[in-house]
Design a protein around this ligand. Structure first.
Ligand SMILES: [Zn+2]
Length: 222
């Protein structure tokens, strides 16, 4: 815990001092660029990977970056989405899964969740994803299967997102866009779903950046 307290002191005497104007503006209200839905995993830092700061991202996190369909339990998610879309008028929603996700591992092997019954119940929201991956990717194992699970889960949660009336209305009005991302912890890369190509493609770095394989997994079946 000392690490956190030391960090507070460093923040207050450093970053805050040099960004007082920013915080003065933020004290008047917020106008975030996007609603960012991601996993609670400590290795994902939305502001770090997008190089954004205070006020830029309205963030919703839970185990497995899950969006329960509208009307089901999980009112916290629905309320957060509704406020971001209707209250703040965000025009972009990112659903960001990640490689090596513990929730996806648990989903693939529910026996590992016997000691965490609430988590087991929560992940039932992603049960269609588990069934789809089990049926269609039997040839994959280990981390490759977890990666496909993370990809398919992002797509399933985007479907769920569109059951929320506030989201559906803004989409129909052309006022909102939804993006499916997967963050690759091992390399720091982010892959975005391309609906036309049916796969996740690397979001390219700036010109001159090192070339890298541009597909996360070979093909995502949808
Ligand atoms: Zn995770």
């Amino acid at each position: 815990m000392q690490k956190l307290v030391d960090g507070l002191h460093k923040f207050q005497s450093g970053f805050f001092q040099t960004h007082q104007e920013l915080f003065r503006n933020l004290s008047k209200g917020q106008n975030p660029e996007a609603l960012f839905i991601t996993c609670s995993d400590s290795r994902i830092n939305p502001n770090l990977i997008t190089q954004t700061g205070p006020g830029d991202l309205f963030i919703l996190r839970n185990a497995g970056n899950i969006v329960p369909p509208y009307g089901e339990e999980g009112g916290g998610e629905a309320a957060t989405i509704e406020f971001a879309v209707t209250g703040l008028g965000v025009q972009h929603i990112v659903v960001c899964g990640h490689t090596l996700c513990g929730a996806m591992k648990g989903l693939l092997d529910p026996s590992k969740l016997d000691g965490t019954p609430m988590l087991k119940r929560w992940l039932e929201h992603a049960e269609p994803t588990r069934k789809f991956v089990t049926d269609n990717y039997a040839h994959l194992h280990g981390n490759a299967k977890i990666t496909v699970m993370a990809e398919e889960n992002v797509l399933a949660q985007i479907e769920n997102l569109q059951t929320h009336p506030s989201v559906r209305a803004r989409l129909e009005q052309g006022l909102l866009r939804i993006y499916g991302w997967v963050f690759k912890i091992e390399t720091g890369e982010v892959f975005q779903y391309d609906p036309e190509g049916g796969q996740f493609n690397l979001i390219s770095g700036p010109p001159g950046a090192a070339a890298a394989p541009d597909k996360l997994s070979a093909q995502v079946a949808i």
